[in-house]
Ligand binder design. Structure first.
Ligand SMILES: Nc1ncnc2c1ncn2[C@@H]1O[C@H](COP(=O)(O)OP(=O)(O)OP(=O)(O)O)[C@@H](O)[C@H]1O
Length: 361
């Protein structure tokens, strides 16, 4: 599967926002917020890729770049292997037909003054032409059934305020499906919803992946949900990829010290005393993400990393393939003589992962 051409890919995805207002002629260029710096991603048909990171790590910016809602500073977005950069309204509409986005807040993303019928009819007509009468009714019913709002007749004439948060998010997903997209970009699709209904929405997205073969990008700060739901997981920190691999091993045997920190501080249902998070604090790996305004060279996690060596503060590590399908941007896995010593093992279970410096064969 992963040998095939990804339906959507990003190479060297980069977004710098200008910090502190407009550029003034004759003055030095304004400083830049390096929100996303050189990120590579691949979305495959019938797979979910999770992008996990703390607040401010650049997750939403990645999604907006992939949706082409904002222009790239550098890098490339490829759809079926071809440069997908759109110029002009018509090309954007053709792109959006294939790549749809779902937003975090279903209360903000659905117009409250119109019933479900209006919202979905508009999307259907936009993407599939002038459906009417029985054909339109059948398409509406099919969309509502796809998102498990059944019987459809119970929901089609409801207004958003008559629906729960979870039901509204299902309407937002149905609206996206009206385009018959190949890719869904889901930016924290459950984080505003009640905990009790989150699983239902994730299961729905998994169902769309499996039944329709849609590629899903799942943006989240919750690494535990990535393990449950995503086939592959990419960990983002301060706008750069720290680690990537299949979700099971990234979450169970994390390689990068930052991923270990994330896993250890994630709420564990069996760890009611919060011992994992306390252990992280005791190791002194707390602290804040770095400033993204003109960040210095070196690993961006180095100031918080308990293993950081001089090399880490001087030079930025590239992603190193540590084992098949698993990479970490950590000098500990390099062949360099001055590499730091990153202990093998995982935050949550003993052993299994490659020890520092050995896995580059
Ligand atoms: N339009 C903008 N102008 C200036 N800076 C921006 C803009 N959008 C985002 N940023 C900055 O880029 C960085 C990454 O933001 P982004 O929203 O992508 O992070 P995130 O990981 O999605 O965070 P969260 O989980 O809080 O949404 C932040 O420092 C943010 O302040």
């Amino acid at each position: 599967m992963s040998h095939s051409t990804p339906v959507l890919a990003a190479h060297g995805l980069t977004k710098h926002f200008r910090a502190g207002g407009r550029r003034i002629a004759g003055r030095p260029p304004a400083r830049a917020i390096h929100a996303v710096d050189g990120v590579d991603l691949e979305l495959h048909r019938g797979q979910v890729l999770a992008v996990v990171g703390e607040s401010g790590s650049g997750k939403s910016t990645v999604a907006r770049l992939l949706a082409q809602l904002i222009p790239l500073t550098d890098g490339q977005v490829l759809l079926d292997g071809a440069d997908a950069r759109v110029r002009g309204r018509r090309a954007f509409r053709a792109y959006v037909r294939r790549v749809q986005m779902i937003f975090q807040d279903p209360f903000a993303s659905i117009n409250p003054v119109h019933p479900v019928r209006y919202t979905l009819t508009r999307a259907l007509r936009l993407h599939r032409g002038r459906l009417q009468g029985a054909q339109l009714e059948a398409a509406l019913t099919e969309l509502l059934e796809r998102v498990h709002l059944t019987p459809a007749a119970r929901y089609v004439d409801k207004y958003p305020h008559e629906l729960s948060g979870g039901q509204r998010q299902r309407i937002a997903i149905a609206r996206a499906l009206a385009a018959e997209p190949e890719v869904l970009l889901a930016d924290e699709p459950v984080s505003m919803l009640d905990v009790s209904i989150r699983l239902g929405i994730l299961n729905l997205l998994a169902d769309l992946r499996d039944r329709l073969g849609i590629a899903v990008l799942y943006i989240t700060h919750d690494i535990a949900s990535a393990r449950y739901f995503a086939d592959r997981t990419t960990v983002l920190y301060a706008g750069q990829v720290m680690e990537t691999g299949d979700s099971e091993s990234v979450t169970q045997e994390p390689l990068h010290p930052y991923t270990r920190l994330l896993v250890a501080s994630a709420p564990d249902p069996d760890d009611l005393a919060g011992a994992g998070a306390a252990a992280v604090r005791d190791q002194g790996t707390g602290g804040e993400p770095p400033s993204l305004v003109d960040p210095p060279p070196g690993c961006r996690f180095a100031p918080r990393c308990p293993y950081a060596a001089d090399l880490c503060r001087r030079e930025t590590p590239a992603l190193i393939e540590v084992s098949a399908g698993r990479s970490a941007a950590c000098w500990g896995y390099s062949e360099r003589e001055d590499r730091p010593s990153v202990p093998a093992g995982a935050a949550t279970s003993g052993g299994g992962s490659t020890s520092g410096g050995e896995g580059n064969a």
